[in-house]
Write a protein that binds this ligand. Sequence first.
Ligand SMILES: [Zn+2]
Length: 460
Amino acid sequence: MFLLQKESLIFSEKSKIALINARIYTINSHFDVYSNGAVVFEESGILSVGPMETAQIPPETNIIDCCGRKAILPGLIDTHSHSSLLKGFSENAQLLEWLPEYQREHQILTDEDAYFSCLLSYLEAVKGGTTLVTDMYRKLNQAAKAAIELGIRVELVPYAADHNEKQFFETLETTRGLIEDWHGAAGGKVNTWVGLEHITYCSKEMYKEASAIADEYGVNIHTHTSEQKEEVQLVLDSFGKRPVNQLEQYGILRPGTVLAHCVWLDKGEIAILAKTGTGVAHCPISNMKLASGTAPLEDFFEAGVQVGLGSDGGISNNSLSGFELMKTTSLLQKVSQLDATAIPAEKALRLATIDGARLLGRQNEIGSLEPNKASDLIAIDLWQPHLMPIISSEGHDPVLWNLVFAARASDVTDVWIQGKQIVQDRGLLSLNEQSLLDDIHRQTADLLRRRQRVKPIPIV
Ligand SMILES: [Zn+2]
């Protein structure tokens, strides 16, 4: 059934790795940058990071000289995504027309579809420097398997709902099984959340049980809300309350709950997020592409609401690039506020790394390059026309800005996750990429054949 030709991971005989003569962006609380630095790490974590002149490289270390031509960052974190094989098939529509078309693939999704969807999405993500994907999807046993085979971190969020016209969603029963099977698996690289698709698809009883399951297992909760103006009106018409007020009444707003989108919140709803410690997965490209609107990021920051960045998956974004997310986040706030200082490069980099980690409750483990944190690092080739100059002058670092506004996913040359190298010189080490693409192509053709037989089910 699964025909991947696995290649064995290439491990150095020496367990410690030192990247030297590198431009290192630690994204620590001081935002320390070492224009000529070294980072030493192993599978158990980062051992040291600092300037070259004080670097202490233990004996028996595999030394990789970056020759002043590479930037090193912590792995990028995608706080809201959906795997899919069908990027480019749900187009030219706003959310409420887009959803039924997108859901056609879910009406017929098989285990094999899910497995190859996840492999495709995680492959694109990891080659572009994203080391953790929060995947709201279905048949997540397959997602866990795909993530472990590829070596990426994944937060599994079941697309669960109990509306009787949307039978294809996951249930809280399958959620419970997923938590028991996968939460904390693969050395903590795989975790499971309670996922609720949307307020219009889930009953009051479901929220109550979801909340109880999250308490019982100590896991986080994730759902979509307030993505489009018409959706807020739909909720107001159905419940007589704005979405965040209704979610508060349902009892799921708390630290560890993440709401995707939050484009159309009023001041009172933002205050509720701040009061309850609820965070936001901001998805700027999807919000622009589905013509949803601009989320009020500055209001979130002012109120103390945690924010991370989300791609929202290939189906509403067409790209899983964390670099595009950083750039778009900044540009969208600049143009909507007519303020060129909105979301400077430093903040964009924080949002894509440590802020994302904090949103997911993983800030003590990932999101910055500091001793004892996990060895999740990415290397970016700066020796390219679109990333020059790489010389700081008068206290100004152009690379910081060009990493956000000029760098591309394809500039990522190497990726380590928990100290294991997953990408080397832009090539995947953990699986045979060409054979994997063959299998994905074949599975997509099969899915499209089956999809022709299903019609969109209108939005409820
Ligand atoms: Zn989404």
